[in-house]
Write a protein that binds this ligand. Structure first.
Ligand code: GPU
Length: 842
């Protein structure tokens, strides 16, 4: 009987000791990694290749070799990983649970080599075996489990948490297909599925034995429990299981390896058993496909959720798995759940995981026997909410009809949370029913729906924006009623980026120059970059700095030539705009500048010798259903092609739009840039994080007074930043007066010429209709006021040209950008979250 029981796979990890192995003497036995020598590495590599993959070196493919190399490197991290986990378990303290539907990790190999400081050893070992190390590294398909800024921020944060040895765990979804691969056909975006797992997945550790069950659908009912209490329970209609996949999150050379736990959906045993019981094999397999769809693909909308049922299923799926996973962990130490907040703070990365709030209530009440009041008391201490937007269309709302059908018990709980909350509002603001309606978690029009941001704000200990300006606008414009009720709930944590990936890995030459100048250690103490300030006037240093920039440009030229067949001029200012394609980010404003420059040259309005040659680089994916974004991509490609074929301008300007901008390409592009374009309409970009990466790599910013640009400019100094455009209050005032873009077109000759040339069909093979969607939108709608900021932008670009002609002045500014941007390390962001939100010293 024992044998049979052991062979039955466990469905439910609430069985004690199955989700997390109990501590035993065995668990503390020392784990010894391979020897840290070239021979030791080569031997470990051959062991992986021969004994794990079953391939002889002589017969192995590049893929075999890449996989063996990856597995060898992770072998060196293993002892630290097990030790970190054991240390945390022996000394349970409050942890950070980062809940995020997206992690835009980027390639793992380089980061793991950096964390272990094994780069040289690995390279020599591969060379000793006659293998091309860089070719193997290039095999890795980056895990693109995120759309853009929000997902990349999550990846930077977990990197910092590990590098700072903060007890923490990241929870998310293991999408089988990440963000689509972008290709261009005749200048138009075509999406290709991102089968990132197809070559094998050497960085992940599946744990099917630790599966968790997740329920959906059905109804609820009242019943009397054993103690005679009236209670409610959920009678779900169907379920799936979540299989955890563990990823190592290595700290920077500190012996710490944290865990990222991503969930993958599988059909439950119940589905499998139906295969035998019903005899309807095909139906059972179909059901399995249905279950597995839940983690099949990342939704490619950035900041504009589409409200699809599968997306709500994804959100609940990963949140339910994660909460159960964590609660089981605390139960292992016989922890009293009424004190759960002493063990965890869950950070909600935007509204995507906010369904965790009613799920926590359900777990505590329905599964752990707590009363409403006690459950609410602890739940409201376990969550904090980060908002990443100001666009009203980006705030998620879920129709009550859908919510009731998919998660009926949660809908009941949300109603009750709302009832009690609205009582509080009525008490604080008697007779103000308009306010009550505005603040309600349930919206009535255009359809009854749950406002996830309101729910998060009601339940969260804190609500934060992601840059100083954004947090202010969030408090005063997006959620002012909540700020009036709970002024102390609102706070700011300015975003940051990890210097390990975005300086050390991306810009090795600059890193060496920095270390040679100020000594080591700046990678984990980025404010130390300040020590570079005096060198802004040091001839030898600035000469080296310029050489580094030129080397990065040369490397980029060769990458774009090989990767995309794009040939770029050797000496030109490199002007870069890389980010998701979105109207509020205003790629069209950049395009108008390019067209205007082209027009000035071709019409002879400027003398050729007065032109500062520029190379413009775009990188941007459009959400597949976002019509206007795709038209803008087409128009940029059309302009790029026309310019490349016009001998009147080819020595003075070039436009490159490499397809499939991703983390890997960002790492090559950003270090090469001279000018960083951050030109969103003021009040629309919550923060931006690309802007920080550029500044830290010595690019100057041309930007609006928006998001983190505000703080970048404050730190680097006005004279090292090209500010233009309306300020947010001016934008608001213009919107109130009524904005008519055509009046700007009529009254500004340069703008009129640029738009007329675009509209003429000059860039679209003579076909005016191809440019019309973008041009007409600009002339008659222009929701993000590109025309209103056009002249100011052109003026700022003229200042850029003048500044760039002064080589020494420009280099000085670039150095100061690096020296003064240490604030934008994600380590500092994590410190701020710890001090202000996660572990405040009350
Ligand atoms: N952001 Br909402 C996303 O990348 N995706 C989203 O769905 C939402 C916001 C971005 C903001 O647009 C950007 O300004 C910010 O820097 C980033 O999140 C990280 O906070």
């Amino acid at each position: 009987a024992g044998w049979l029981a052991d062979e039955t796979p466990r469905l439910d990890s609430s069985v004690k000791g199955s989700a997390f192995e109990p501590t035993s003497p065995r668990a503390t036995e020392p784990v010894v990694g391979p020897e840290r020598t070239v021979d030791g590495f080569a031997k470990a590599f051959l062991d992986e290749l021969n004994f794990e993959a079953g391939v002889a070196l002589k017969r192995s493919t590049t893929t075999d070799q890449y996989l063996a190399l990856a597995r060898t490197i992770r072998g060196y991290l293993m002892a630290d990983w097990l030790r970190t986990a054991e240390r945390r378990r022996q000394n349970p303290t409050k942890m950070v649970g980062y809940l995020s539907a997206e992690y835009l990790l980027g390639r793992q190999m380089g980061n793991s080599l950096l964390a272990t400081d094994l780069g040289d050893i690995a390279e020599q070992a591969m060379t000793s075996l006659g293998l091309d190390f860089n070719l193997l590294r290039a095999q890795e398909i980056e895990p693109g489990l995120g759309n853009g800024g929000l997902g990349r921020l999550a990846a930077c944060f977990i990197d910092s948490l590990a590098s700072m040895d903060v007890p923490s765990i990241g929870y998310g979804i293991r999408y089988e297909y990440g963000i689509f691969r972008q290709t261009f056909e005749e200048g138009r975006q075509v999406e290709v599925p991102d089968a990132w797992l197809s070559l094998g997945a050497p960085w992940e550790f599946p744990h099917p034995d630790r599966a968790v069950q997740v329920n959906f659908g059905g109804t609820t009912e009242q019943y009397i429990d054993g103690d005679g209490r009236t209670r409610r329970r959920w009678l779900p209609a169907w379920n799936v299981q979540g299989i955890p996949y563990h990823y190592m999150v290595p700290g920077y050379q500190n012996g710490v390896v944290n865990t990222l736990r991503l969930w993958s959906a599988r059909a439950t045993q119940e589905f499998d058993l139906k295969i035998f019981n019903s005899g309807d094999y095909a139906e059972a397999v179909r059901a399995q496909t249905f279950a597995e769809n839940i983690s099949k693909v990342l939704y490619p909308e950035d900041s504009t959720p589409q409200g699809r049922e599968l997306r709500l299923q994804q959100q609940y799926f990963f949140v339910a798995c994660s909460l159960k996973d964590f609660i089981d962990r605390t139960l292992e130490e016989d922890f009293d759940l009424t004190r759960l907040d002493e063990r965890i703070i869950f950070q909600l990365n935007d509204t995507h995981p906010v369904i965790a709030i009613p799920e926590m209530m359900r777990l505590l009440m329905d599964e752990h026997d707590m009363e409403w009041a006690a459950a609410w008391e602890v739940t409201r201490k376990c969550f904090a909410y980060t908002c990443h937007t100001l666009l009203p269309e980006a705030l998620e709302v879920w129709p009550v009809e859908l919510m009731t059908r998919l998660l009926p018990r949660h809908m009941e709980i949300i109603y009750r949370i709302n009832e009690e909350f609205l009582d509080t509002v009525r008490e604080a603001f008697p007779g103000d029913e308009l306010r009550v309606r505005r603040m309600s978690v349930i919206q009535e029009h255009p359809e009854r729906a749950v406002r996830m941001a309101n729910l998060a704000t009601v339940a969260g200990v804190k609500v934060n924006g992601v840059a100083a300006l954004h947090s202010e606008l969030l408090r005063d414009k997006l959620l002012p009623d909540f700020a009036a009720l709970w002024p102390n709930k609102f706070t700011n944590v300015t975003n940051g980026v990890t210097p390990r990936r975005f300086i050390r890995l991306a810009n090795q030459q600059l890193s060496t120059l920095i270390t040679d100048t100020i000594g080591p250690g700046w990678e984990t103490d980025l404010e130390r970059l300040r020590e570079l300030e005096p060198y802004a006037d040091d001839a030898a240093f600035t000469e080296s700095f310029r050489q580094v920039k030129q080397a990065n440009k040369d490397r980029l030229r060769s990458i774009l030539s090989q990767r995309d067949g794009i040939e770029l001029p050797e000496h030109a200012m490199l002007d870069v705009m890389v980010k998701r394609l979105h109207e509020y980010k205003r790629q069209t404003l950049k395009l108008l500048h390019i067209v205007s420059m082209y027009d000035d040259i071709t019409s002879g309005r400027v003398r050729r010798e007065d032109v500062v040659p520029r190379t413009f680089v775009f990188g941007a994916k459009a959400a597949p259903g976002y019509f206007m974004a795709k038209e803008i991509i087409f128009l940029i490609n059309s302009v790029a092609k026309t310019i490349a074929q016009d001998p009147r301008v080819t020595d003075l300007m070039a436009v490159a739009f490499p397809a499939n901008y991703n983390v890997t390409l960002a790492n090559k592009l950003i270090p090469a840039a001279d000018l960083s374009e951050q030109i969103s309409l003021a009040g629309k970009e919550a923060s931006g994080t690309g802007n920080m990466k550029f500044a830290l790599n010595g690019a100057l910013t041309i930007g609006t007074d928006d998001g983190a640009n505000v703080e970048i400019r404050e730190l680097v100094g006005d004279e090292n930043f090209f500010l233009f455009g309306m300020l947010e209050p001016e934008v608001a005032a213009l919107a109130d007066r009524g904005y008519t873009p055509s009046s700007f077109y009529e009254s500004n000759p340069a703008l009129k010429r640029a738009i007329d040339l675009l509209a003429s069909g000059h860039f679209t093979g003579g076909d005016r209709s191809l440019a019309a969607p973008v041009v007409d939108d600009l002339l008659y709608k222009d929701r993000f006021m590109a025309l209103a900021d056009f002249q100011s932008y052109l003026d700022a670009q003229a200042r850029v040209d003048a500044a760039y002609r002064d080589v020494d002045g420009w280099t000085r500014s670039a150095v100061l950008n690096v020296a003064r941007s240490g604030f934008f390390s994600s380590d500092r962001s994590m410190r701020d979250y710890l001090d202000r939100i996660w572990m405040p010293k009350s």
